[in-house]
Write a protein of this length. Sequence first.
Length: 270
Amino acid sequence: MQTKASADAPAQSRHILRRLARRLAPILTVLLLIIVWQMIYTAEIYPSFLIPAPQTVFEAFNESVSDGVLLFHLGVTLQETLIGLALGVLIGSSLGYIIANVPILEDLLSPVIVAFQSTPTIAYAPLLILWFGNDIQSKIVIVVIIVFFPTMMNTIAGLRAVPEGLRDVFRVLKASRWQLFTKLEMPAALAVLLVGLKTSATLAVIGAVVGEFVSVNDGLGSMVAIARNQYNTPLVFVGVITLSLLALTLYTLVSIVEYYLLRWRRFGRN
């Protein structure tokens, strides 16, 4: 028993060190980027109005938080992102489910969907703002359009990956359509759907910002556009960093959901 415990100790230590390294790696990367940023500023490679010092950006961040500007625009962008993401995932997964079960619809709809998705969002964003107004509705529609396609494609791929043999077993057992969906199709396609949801979460932020850049009304994208026109570079950095953190937060939240929903796969492998 002592020999086995002694043999397991180094393996456990290596496991702990690997986990610690994975936790510290993002923090060290951010610190390295800040150091390089400060070095570029100190070396005066670019004028200070183009690349301000990290301290200046931090001061701009504190000021924008204290006067409520940053939190207001963040709230608008977050609202657009979450509503658009929810609607885009709902519509995309629903249509993906229908197409996966009615293949002829893929032949009918694919050319239109692919052509529409291939067009850069910035090209039709002005039209959507004209049609839906300069308020939050137009930005939500842009987010829905961006999120819709990858969600639909991942849904189709996940459902078609279900082994046909398992479907036959459910048919033999006379399972209802609802039982087939909840007991077989959804669990089998869940991993692919969650991967698509992580991508969609980051794309949703991009869609909201595209609409805000075009309309220049409210939201972090509008704040960045206005600050750029005023040559307020520190505030531009604040907006860009906040958007990055927002996208990272949404991605992390979906990853946490994925971790807990797919625990049964890890137990199965073990």
